[in-house]
Write a protein that binds this ligand. Structure first.
Ligand code: NAD
Ligand code: ZN
Ligand code: ZN
Length: 361
């Protein structure tokens, strides 16, 4: 059996997305069918439609979502129909070399649904990050469903499915920010602001937000930035050093994914400090740094995949902090839109008008 639902598809590189009828199979072994309730528009969806992630068009976009499990394969024990879940793109396998060493947040063999969703004519779809949640129903691996308290509501819970988790985790997990640290975040979109929030949650003493858009800097202050720098008007490396006693920050988080801003992050950190790259670069980008500086400045140059999160550990905990009033996740929701508004949401994101547009179903 299959069902036919509406979904947002990127058919070809650089072309506007379209709403199309998609065919979703019944869940087989290890799979779950989820009725999507909310899905945020992440910059990574735009990367997909611009061909920046791969060439496996057509893509079924959307991956920052929450909803209710509608059906599950016979062997599935993790979730049951009716469960409220956040969709994750790290369904750990339990067997790969990372999992075997007790580091499942790096799992190198994450699960996705085995069956393909297709267009009406049978063309297989590539779901963004193995999820594809700009659709009324989506088919995922059961392990991609993380059960959380329904108290938070789907539009807020879904945020943890990608960008907000990536930013929080870049600070908390990858960057290891701790009380008393100085932190700079370059790029204050949804991901960067979540990194600012994470740094604040961890007790960082100085938190510097850097962006080229004044509106973004104002929002960054709202999430806990103690200082902001408009890098269109001032040198951010000099600015960050000045705000940190002339030394640079302990942790600098790059949340854009560009060589020039990575270089700023590299030079804006203190000796033995940490750079975290959470922004996603595109294939043509190159970096040119004096190797002597890489050695001489010491410390750690890290990348943060999905904030090095472990969904089963982090999602329920972060939802509890939200429900307790300690994590203002609702501030990320700039607007609520419908399935037909994704292209317009990309435009608003590009113009810097929103942190997150969330598609509600
Ligand atoms: N590592 C992960 O697991 C992960 C997860 C989700 C998203 N991402 C990536 O994180 C990045 C940010 O995502 P987002 O949703 O916050 O995007 P966004 O477009 O909302 O935010 C980007 C911000 O960077 C600012 N900016 C652009 N160029 C700049 C420059 N030269 N100097 C300073 N600021 C500049 C923009 O004004 C904007 O505020 C993207 O590359 C996205 O693909 C990574
Ligand atoms: Zn694994
Ligand atoms: Zn994303």
């Amino acid at each position: 059996m299959t069902i036919s639902v509406r979904g947002v598809v990127a058919r070809a590189k650089g072309e506007p997305v379209e709403i199309m009828q998609i065919t979703v199979p019944d869940p087989g072994p290890g799979e779950a069918l989820v009725r999507v309730q909310a899905c945020g528009v992440c910059h990574t969806d735009l990367h997909y439609r611009e061909g920046g992630i791969g060439d496996d068009f057509p893509y079924l976009l959307g991956h920052e979502a929450a909803g209710v499990v509608e059906a599950a394969g016979d062997d599935v024990t993790e979730v049951r129909p009716g469960d409220f879940v956040i969709l994750n793109w790290r369904a750990v396998c339990g067997n790969c070399r990372a999992c075997a060493r007790g580091r499942p947040w790096y799992c190198f063999s994450t699960h996705n649904a085995a069956q393909k969703m297709t267009l009406g004519d049978g063309t297989p779809l590539s779901p963004a990050l193995g999820i594809g949640a700009f659709a009324e129903r989506t088919l995922v691996a059961a392990g991609q469903c993380t059960k959380v308290s329904p108290g938070a509501g789907a539009e807020v819970a879904g945020l943890l499915g990608c960008g907000v988790m990536a930013g929080l985790g870049a600070a908390l997990n990858t960057g290891g920010v701790t009380r008393g640290d100085t932190v700079a975040v370059i790029g204050c979109g949804g991901v960067g602001d979540a990194a600012i929030l994470g740094a604040r949650l961890a007790g960082a003493r100085t938190i510097i937000g850097v962006d080229i858009d004044e509106r973004k800097l104002e929002w960054a202050r709202g999430f806990g930035a103690t200082h902001v720098i408009n890098s269109a008007a001032a040198d951010p490396v000099a600015g960050i050093r000045e705000l940190t006693g002339g030394f640079g920050a302990d942790v600098v988080i790059e949340a854009i994914g560009r060589p020039e801003t990575y270089e700023q992050a590299f030079y804006a950190r203190d000796l033995a400090g940490t750079v975290v790259l959470v922004g996603v670069p595109t294939p043509e980008m190159r970096l040119d740094l004096p190797l002597l500086d890489v050695f001489g400045r010491g410390g750690a140059l890290k990348s943060s995949w999905y904030g090095d999160c472990l969904p089963s550990r982090d999602f329920p905990m972060l939802i509890e902090l939200y429900l307790d009033g300690r994590l203002p996740l609702d501030k990320f929701v700039s607007e609520r839109v419908s399935l037909g508004d994704v292209e317009e949401a990309f435009a608003k994101m590009t113009r810097g008008e929103v942190l997150r547009s969330v598609v509600l179903f």
